[in-house]
Ligand binder design. Structure first.
Ligand code: HEC
Ligand code: HEC
Length: 295
């Protein structure tokens, strides 16, 4: 019997384990990461973004934030922001990858799609003091990143990673802070992949008439949508912070609908047609038009 001969037994056990290892860990390289998985639009990081990425690792943001949208429908819904689930081609320039294994905070794989934030104002406010944007947040404040960026190794990093860069990219680092770098990194995440924006850009209601003319009936629901999706930029009491105050707007209902559905991306107002249905947008319009008092 085999177990009576320890040498042969050990050799056979070793072979079995090695076969298992080869099949599960080595063989897959035959069919993953081939040129077909590449996504042409995915670009390497600029020197500033790469510095931001390094600060992200140094500060351990990956201990609280994942960077991968799983293939589950709930994940795509929550964190996809129109980009769908994460594909391997999105990570070709990530060395190391920062998929993470813990979500104390939300997934950040598409955070650049969630907050277009052209001037980085949202991120700056949130990083300086997360509770000023999300009162219940347990994210620590990172105001200390407002220090000059150390660029000693910036060029070497680009060379080592074989990322293309220009002298202008390097000059761009002058006078930048660590905060600027991490914001540049946040604003890039998820923005390379082609997103079906064409449909969203044209989003208009089926009818131009707001079906909700009675604020009382929908107020509780509208306030809860507002608290979740809008308060971080328009203030808890709609008094306006990063975005303007939203009280008793004079704009016509259909115009407000279009702004909320399509956003004004160039100025930092995100589009909500992907995450809010028509009914919910109309309810917000009613709240913005009729809700004058502090509620
Ligand atoms: C202790 C855990 C923790 C750490 C560490 C942490 N965060 Fe967060 N983060 C959170 C939580 C919780 C939220 C959700 C509440 C909020 O928006 O503040 C969040 C939210 C965010 C958001 C907004 C996400 C969204 O979908 O609105 C960004 C961007 C972000 N964090 C970036 C960072 C960066 C960059 C770092 C490192 C410099 C970092 N976080 C470190 C817990 C953390
Ligand atoms: C990331 C920040 C941010 C979030 C989140 C956000 N907004 Fe805005 N919003 C802005 C900014 C910035 C402007 C100003 C755009 C401009 O002036 O062109 C704006 C403008 C608007 C306007 C036009 C106001 C006016 O009279 O000019 C409306 C209406 C509006 N937002 C509604 C909403 C609603 C409703 C939500 C939630 C579903 C929301 N916003 C979420 C940043 C945001």
């Amino acid at each position: 019997m085999l177990e009576k001969n320890p040498v042969i037994f050990i050799i056979l056990a070793f072979i079995v384990i090695m076969v298992g290892t080869a099949v599960t860990m080595i063989a897959p390289f035959k069919w993953i990461n081939d040129p077909g998985d590449r996504i042409a639009e995915v670009k390497p990081y600029s020197p500033l973004q790469q510095e931001g990425r390094d600060i992200y690792m140094r500060e351990g943001c990956n201990n609280c934030h994942s960077q991968t949208v799983r293939t589950l429908a709930v994940d795509v819904e929550r964190y996809g922001y129109g980009g769908g689930y994460s594909k391997s081609g999105e990570f070709v320039y990530d060395r190391p990858q920062l998929w993470g294994s813990r979500r104390t905070g939300p997934d950040l794989a598409r955070i650049g799609l969630k907050y277009i934030d052209p001037k980085g104002m949202w991120h700056r406010k949130h990083m300086d003091n997360p509770q000023s944007v999300v009162p219940a947040s347990n994210m620590p404040a990172y105001a200390f990143l407002n220090t000059p960026l150390d660029t000693t190794y910036s060029e070497r990093k680009m060379k080592l990673l074989k990322f293309p860069y220009t002298q202008a990219d390097l000059d761009d680092l002058k006078g930048k802070s660590e905060m600027d770098a991490i914001i540049a990194y946040m604003r890039k995440l998820g923005t390379d992949i082609p997103v079906k924006k064409a449909a969203a850009a044209q989003h208009l209601p089926a009818s131009r008439i707001n079906p909700f003319s009675d604020l009382k009936a929908i107020k509780a629901e509208a306030l809860s949508i507002y608290a979740r999706d809008c308060a971080s930029c328009h203030g808890d009491k709609r008094e306006g912070t990063l975005g303007p105050a939203l009280k008793g707007s004079a704009r016509p209902d259909a115009e407000l609908f279009a702004i909320i559905a399509n956003g004004i991306e160039a100025n930092g107002m995100p589009s909500f047609s992907g995450s809010l249905d028509e009914q919910k947008i109309w309810k917000l319009v009613t709240l913005i038009k009729l809700g004058k008092q502090d509620d």
